[in-house]
Design a protein around this ligand. Structure first.
Ligand SMILES: [Zn+2]
Length: 239
């Protein structure tokens, strides 16, 4: 088996990867980006070495044409940041779910969101479109507005947004404009979702160079409340 060269061991450790097996769990292009974020001076040789290790090839054995192809692929890589701990994701999505519960109990479409900055919640939102007579009052928009007020800035560059259900086009636009770093969502929204379901707005490099999307994390769990809400609506008498 190919070994990790000594110079790479500490760099990989800085992004939480300690063994070759752990390295194989990730896309080598993403790993290179994570290392480069922490160590901006590293050269392309690190990228080529990561490719070699990931493909069980000897270091310094790849051709110039493969190197060119790797660089093209890296150039097309979507925004990516070091992975979040699973427990942290669960906790924060749980906070978003609490906001969805508030919406559900108020008869609103049950979607909730929170904005996290340096491990603190700085914005919360539960969907309020009906009570506010305002189609803009989606959970994500309310959470973003709260975060902007908190930071006294329209840019949320170092913030993550957790939302129970895949954002719509309007919210995806707000997320892009506010430069949110990551969007973590619980369930897909097959009819209006703008992350993967109907559109893939964040995958469009022309409109976005910042936001990484993570999800759906658990369609069954985070989608159940929405399904229940719409099933109940259908059961209501027409007149
Ligand atoms: Zn929305």
């Amino acid at each position: 088996m190919v070994e990790i060269p000594n110079y790479l061991i500490s760099k990989l450790a800085s992004v939480g990867i300690k063994t070759i097996e752990e390295l194989h769990n990730y896309d080598y292009l993403k790993v290179y980006k994570w290392i480069k974020d922490l160590h901006p001076s590293i050269g392309k040789n690190v990228l080529f070495d990561l490719y070699s290790i990931s493909n069980s090839l000897a270091i310094n054995s790849i051709s110039e044409s493969i190197k060119s192809a790797i660089l093209v692929e890296f150039d097309q890589l979507l925004p990516t940041y070091m992975p979040l701990e699973k427990q942290l994701i669960r906790n924060n999505l749980g906070k978003a779910q609490e906001q969805a519960d508030i919406a559900f109990l108020s008869g609103e479409i049950p979607i909730g969101a929170v904005v996290i900055y340096k491990n603190n919640i700085i914005g919360v939102g539960s969907n309020q479109t009906i009570s506010k007579c305002d189609i803009i009052a989606h959970a994500e928009i309310i959470a973003i507005q709260g975060a902007q007020k908190h930071l006294k800035s329209h840019r949320l560059t170092d913030c993550d947004l957790y939302v129970t259900v895949e954002p719509c086009i309007m919210c995806a636009g707000a997320i892009i404009h506010s430069r949110i770093k990551r969007v973590i969502f619980g369930a897909t929204e097959p009819k209006t979702g703008a992350v993967i379901s109907q559109y893939a707005i964040f995958a469009n490099k022309q409109v976005n160079h910042h936001t990484e999307t993570v999800g759906p994390l658990n369609n069954e769990y985070y989608g159940q409340q929405l399904t229940k809400f719409f099933n109940n609506k259908r059961r209501e008498p027409i007149i």
